[in-house]
Design a protein around this ligand. Structure first.
Ligand code: GDP
Length: 298
């Protein structure tokens, strides 16, 4: 739990210090509850989660003396209750190829995460084909090719500005012909042109479903933990259009904002597959609710 806790400890230090300073030993009255709620909201947990914590404390401890430790325990319990049902590894079915779509805004860590996961699959002996679905940015294709080389998986790309859905169609045909196990599709993430982007994603999904009505088997939203509350807006933007089936949160190695994962889990209840804890190929962990809850609540 080294690096995740090191990163999250930044948020914890802030939250934990503030809880410690305010509650070393104090009567839990309305004023104290309000103060605690403010600290939790400021730590990116959001109002929903903050009031779950204070409701729980109110039930058990109202008008009694509380210590910071009791508050941290209540906090860890609430976080754990929210996250535990969402802890879910990526599981594959029988259909071949299994089709995975990676969506998210530029810079969220989509390409890096796809590369890390591709590497895990090739190591397990699976045949992987990667598709560079962001046909607008030449740099994106180059970067994906580097990850494909590292992972030992071919990367299929189109010419610049070519139709991404057309490329995906060709990739599915190739995957079928070459007996590929897992087809991993990287997509564009230029949220500044949201309508166009969402239309492109819908088109890609339509093309996929024409080939296999049960696909995409996984539609994974990649979120950068360091953007804090913006992660909620990004989830809102992608969840329906891309039919998101699960989340990966990146950059938890270096952020003070891990609390947002709890806020968005409380709101959307999407499964959480992995967390990114660095830029290297091995820097991906299976998501563990208890580890995360412990690291966040201090
Ligand atoms: P994309 O535009 O969504 O494809 O994002 P990239 O995969 O290009 O990642 C953007 C930047 O974030 C790159 O510099 C990555 O090395 C970095 N990055 C991705 N995941 C992580 C992570 O888990 N931790 C850290 N520290 N950096 C990451």
């Amino acid at each position: 739990m080294g690096r995740i806790s090191a990163g999250l400890r930044k948020s914890t230090t802030r939250m934990s210090d503030q809880v410690g300073a305010a509650f070393t030993k104090r009567k839990l009255d309305d004023e104290a509850i309000e103060e605690l709620e403010d600290i939790l909201v400021m730590s990116d947990l959001g109002y929903g989660v903050a009031s779950k914590v204070t409701d729980r404390l109110r039930e058990d401890k109202f008008d009694k003396q509380v210590t910071d430790l009791e508050i941290k325990i209540a906090l860890a319990d609430v976080i754990s209750d929210i996250l535990t049902p969402l802890e879910r590894p990526i599981v594959f079915g029988m259909a071949k190829p299994q089709i995975m779509l990676f969506v998210g805004v530029n810079g969220s860590g989509k390409t890096t995460t796809l590369g890390k996961i591709a590497n895990q699959y090739t190591k397990q002996g699976k045949k992987v084909l990667i598709v560079a679905g962001d046909t607008f940015r030449a740099a994106a294709v180059e970067q994906l090719t580097v990850w494909g080389d590292r992972a030992g998986a071919p990367v299929m790309s189109g010419s610049q500005n070519s139709d991404a859905a057309g490329l995906v169609f060709d990739a599915i045909k190739r995957a079928q012909a070459e007996d590929v196990d897992i087809l991993m599709i990287d997509t564009a993430g230029r949220l500044q042109n949201r309508t166009e982007l969402m239309e492109e994603l819908s088109k890609i999904i339509r093309v996929i479903r024409k080939q296999d009505p049960t696909a995409p088997h996984h539609s994974i939203l990649v979120l950068d933990a360091t953007v804090g509350q913006n992660a909620l807006m990004q989830t809102e933007a992608f969840k329906d259009t891309a039919d998101v089936t699960g989340l990966i949160m990146t950059k938890l190695d270096g952020t003070a904002k891990g609390g947002v994962l709890v806020a968005l889990s409380d709101k959307y209840g999407l499964p959480i597959h992995h967390i990114g804890i660095g830029e290297g190929i091995e820097d991906l962990e299976n998501f563990s609710a208890p580890v995360f809850a412990a690291a966040l609540s201090g």
